[in-house]
Design a protein around this ligand. Structure first.
Ligand code: AMP
Length: 423
């Protein structure tokens, strides 16, 4: 019986995993520059965190969550996103009392959604995300957006589009909500069942509907930007001004609505414009969620964040033909000939590895030629050749694979010599 990998998941094998590591390292480095600190939370949480915290009108929570009961009868969910977990931890660990405010965090890890798998859409995918909690300064919004863009740019992506919108504060949202209900209500029976449910619960989400996207009422729906009160408009203008000051290019799209219910003020998405990227062009999404901490049981605390998946980031790199500077070669390959030499190679390999030199030897009892082939395959910078004769003379032959030069090195000086050459 051969057991298949679950639908919508993938193995990331050596050869590809280096790309993942490179991308994650780059993102982490930039988070450090922007002073966001890593947080690690569990992969499963109480289902309630998402059914409550995220709001219940989203597909993510209503239809796509992996929920199960554990042996103790608790209802648990594999996390579908990272923000709710970070906020749960922020509240549980009373981070709102930390002296350093705002609390700026990042995370990276697998998320799970029971979606229809297709290119760029998996059932398990890795999200990298950041959250800044405790500040309602539009400069933090601009910082978060620019951090997301910096990660993509640092990796070499060029064909990007940053789209922003404001959903306004509660007052603006409510005014807009009323206008939306009035707009859609007379003809709501022409919309899908989901939209009919959304009408009273969260009419903003109707604008996000994929099924009714082409209905004529969509194009004429009242824009949130007309309903922003002075404060919200001022906030949005400041965010835009800061972005301009930072030379971050963007477009304003008043129809941008984010999937999750808890957003207000700034909402944004980063898209790939690369040809051949495929139907799903969104690389990253995020926004401000000023009510979420309170909803999850903490004190009123503003927050903003974003998340992107590494899967789509790598797809964008591929679509733009960007290669990552990944060096898969090793420092040293030890070729050994003869019984004594082979034994000695085991010891020598251990010694050089302790010095941090990446190194390898043959384990298949290969002939000289095949060992050299293996050394080539490993893209070794240096190849050391030890034979029983050399051992008797306390010498090792070292070949520089870039120049082809060879030299004899005394055994006791071997490690230091190789270290010197590599540094
Ligand atoms: P969301 O949490 O839905 O706002 O998604 C944020 C980002 O996560 C998206 O822009 C994608 O980069 C990524 N993402 C969401 N769902 C998936 C999925 N099923 N497979 C791969 N990436 C995803």
């Amino acid at each position: 019986m051969s057991i298949q990998i679950p639908r919508g998941t993938q193995d990331i094998l050596p050869g590809d995993v280096e790309k993942w590591q490179y991308v994650e390292e780059t993102a982490k480095k930039l988070c450090h520059a922007y002073q966001y600190k890593e947080i690690r939370t569990p992969i499963f949480e109480s289902s309630e965190l998402f059914t409550r915290g995220v709001g219940d009108t989203t597909d993510i929570v209503q239809k796509e969550m992996y929920m199960f009961e554990d042996r103790g009868g608790r209802s648990l969910a594999l996390r579908p996103e990272g923000t709710a977990s970070v906020v749960r931890s922020f509240v549980g660990n009373k981070m709102y009392g930390n002296p350093g405010q705002p609390v700026k965090l990042y995370y990276s890890g697998p998320m799970f959604r029971y979606e229809r798998p297709q290119a760029g859409r998996y059932r398990q995918f890795v999200q990298f995300g950041v959250e800044a909690l405790g500040s309602e300064d539009p400069a933090i919004d601009a910082e978060v957006l620019s951090l997301a863009m910096s990660i993509y740019k640092e990796l070499g992506l060029k064909q990007l589009k940053l789209v922003i919108n404001s959903l306004g504060d509660a007052g603006s949202r409510n005014a807009h909500r009323e206008a939306l209900i009035n707009h859609f209500k007379p003809r709501i029976d022409e919309f899908c069942g989901d939209c009919q449910n959304r009408l009273e619960k969260n009419p903003l989400r109707i604008l996000d509907c994929k099924k009714d996207r082409d209905h004529e009422l969509m194009a004429t729906a009242p824009s949130i930007l007309e309903y922003l009160n002075d404060e919200s408009r001022d906030y949005f203008e400041k965010v835009q001004r800061y972005l301009k000051d930072m030379d971050v290019e963007f477009e304003v799209d008043p129809t941008l609505v984010r999937g999750l219910d808890y957003y207000n003020h700034t909402a944004f998405e980063i898209m790939s414009n690369a040809e051949g990227f495929g139907a799903i062009t969104t690389l990253c999404g995020g926004g401000r969620y000023n009510g979420l901490v309170e909803e999850i049981g903490g004190p009123e605390t503003p927050g903003i964040g974003f998340a992107f998946s590494i899967e789509r980031l790598l797809a964008a790199l591929e679509a733009e033909g960007v290669g990552l500077p990944i060096n898969e070669g090793i420092d040293l390959f030890i070729v050994a000939l003869g019984e004594e030499a082979k034994d000695y190679a085991v010891k020598l390999l251990h010694t050089v590895r302790k010095e941090g030199i990446s190194s390898e030897k043959d384990y298949l009892d290969r002939k000289l030629k095949a060992q050299f082939k293996a050394a080539d395959r490993s893209q070794a910078k240096y190849v050391a050749v030890i034979g029983d004769d050399e051992l008797k003379e306390n010498k090792i032959n070292l070949k520089d694979m870039t120049t082809g030069e060879q030299e004899e090195i005394a055994l006791e000086q071997f490690v230091e010599t190789v270290k010197g050459k590599l540094s």
